[in-house]
Design a binder for this molecule. Structure first.
Ligand code: HEM
Ligand code: HEM
Length: 339
């Protein structure tokens, strides 16, 4: 294999890796409307594109391994990419498999994140500079062949999933599986990996409500129950790979805060976990006290948790003890929780 083919194979792998990693996070950000499926499909095509290059890359790997240098990091990188790919395909075809509380999707995303520093070292140590001649008709055709191969691979995996009636055929546009709709006790309890279920005494619990033009108010659990009068049916689609449709009862945020015209709405949990929403979301957000007909369980966010219809699970802040209007726009805050 010519060095030019090797270089182009490695550059194509780089593009696919960056594309797959980026589209994975975009997929975590989208809500799951039918047209958001395009993100999952693109993600799958980019990811499977890596597999279509295996015949070419394996020649490069064999040649590289024959050279005298330290290969440990490159091999570890290869293992991480393989584990991530396998777990991603398992999740999308065989369903939400779980081993000791760790799901295939956790392994998929976890291995991809751990692979990042290995990828950076791998590429920096083996620079493959694009050349002007890479912009040829031939390269364009090769790129189209890789894209076609990747799309075919995706189509084949989907066709087998549907034909064999694998669980993957029933997944939502986000790739999530339905668990416990209408049955709160069957709905999984998951939180952002930095968070855990706190112990809260409802007798001493208070919600702090503040806005710049008014003194801060504090409401106890009883006061919240007295104004908890709005019911809403919404789909909670967790980035952990499951979704459930439930009926929630609670207090609309605009009822609690009054009109919100500018700035952002910041919702904070007793654990410190925080999410910021644009002002106009005030009419759609609900602070729930009940799930189904019963008060929330600790795992599902008792005594008060946010219901954010149309947003992924990590926006649905649990154990809320503070709601405030802040002057800066919500896009100043990180799109994903950092703590
Ligand atoms: C799916 C992603 C990739 C995997 C799993 C992977 C893995 C490997 C492995 C195991 C080797 C042989 C061991 C070694 O040379 O130390 C290798 C060689 C090599 N890799 Fe990668 N690699 C990937 C992507 C890339 C990318 C994106 C680049 C650069 C843009 C790259 C550049 C190279 C080069 C130049 C060699 C040959 C080194 C030599 O012949 O001495 N690889 N790769
Ligand atoms: C370079 C890293 C990555 C690669 C190569 C990759 C590749 C893949 C592949 C091949 C699939 C299976 C697609 C299918 O057969 O339908 C998949 C599914 C999935 N990946 Fe990734 N992925 C990567 C990183 C990520 C990251 C960082 C995230 C999230 C932040 C993510 C989230 C997902 C989700 C949610 C699915 C399920 C989608 C569905 O079932 O339609 N991936 N990935």
């Amino acid at each position: 294999m010519s060095s030019r083919t090797s270089r182009r194979t490695n550059l194509a792998l780089l593009a696919l890796l960056i594309g797959a990693f980026g589209s994975g996070w975009v997929g975590f950000a989208v809500a799951g409307s039918p047209d958001s499926r395009i993100v999952s499909v693109l993600h799958g095509v980019l990811g499977l594109g890596i597999l279509t290059l295996v015949p070419w890359k394996s020649v490069i790997v064999r040649r590289g391994l024959r050279r005298g240098r330290h290969h440990v990091l490159a091999i570890a990188f290869g293992v991480l990419v393989a584990v991530s790919l396998l777990a991603g395909i398992v999740h999308s075809t065989l369903g939400p498999l779980e081993l000791a509380g760790v799901s295939a999707l956790d392994v998929h995303v976890g291995a991809a994140i751990v692979a990042v520093p290995f990828a950076v070292v791998h590429v920096i140590r083996r620079p493959q500079r694009p050349r002007a001649t890479d912009l040829s008709r031939r390269t364009a055709l090769q790129a189209m062949a890789v894209a076609g191969g990747a799309a075919l691979a995706y189509g084949a995996v989907e066709a087998v999933t549907v034909a064999a009636r694998l669980p993957g055929a029933d997944r939502r546009a986000t790739g999530s599986y339905e668990v416990g709709s209408g049955v709160p006790s069957a709905m999984p309890i998951t939180q952002w990996f930095t968070d855990s279920v706190p112990g809260i005494d409802e007798g001493t619990y208070e919600l702090q409500v503040s806005r710049p033009d008014q003194p801060t108010r504090r409401l106890g659990y009883g006061a919240l129950l007295a104004i908890s009068d709005t019911t809403l049916t919404a789909v909670l689609d967790c980035t952990g790979g499951w979704w459930a449709e439930q009926s929630w009862q609670g207090i609309r945020l605009d009822t609690l805060l009054g009109p919100v015209d500018s700035g952002s709405i910041v919702v904070r949990s007793v654990t410190g976990y925080t999410r910021s929403f644009p002002a106009e979301d005030a009419t759609e957000l609900l602070l729930a006290t009940h799930l189904g007909d019963a008060p929330l369980s600790p795992g599902h966010g008792a005594p008060l948790r946010l219901v954010a219809p149309g947003r992924r699970g990590f926006w649905w802040v649990k154990w809320v003890d503070q709601v405030s209007i802040e002057p800066q726009a919500s896009w100043w805050h990180s799109p994903f929780p950092l703590q």
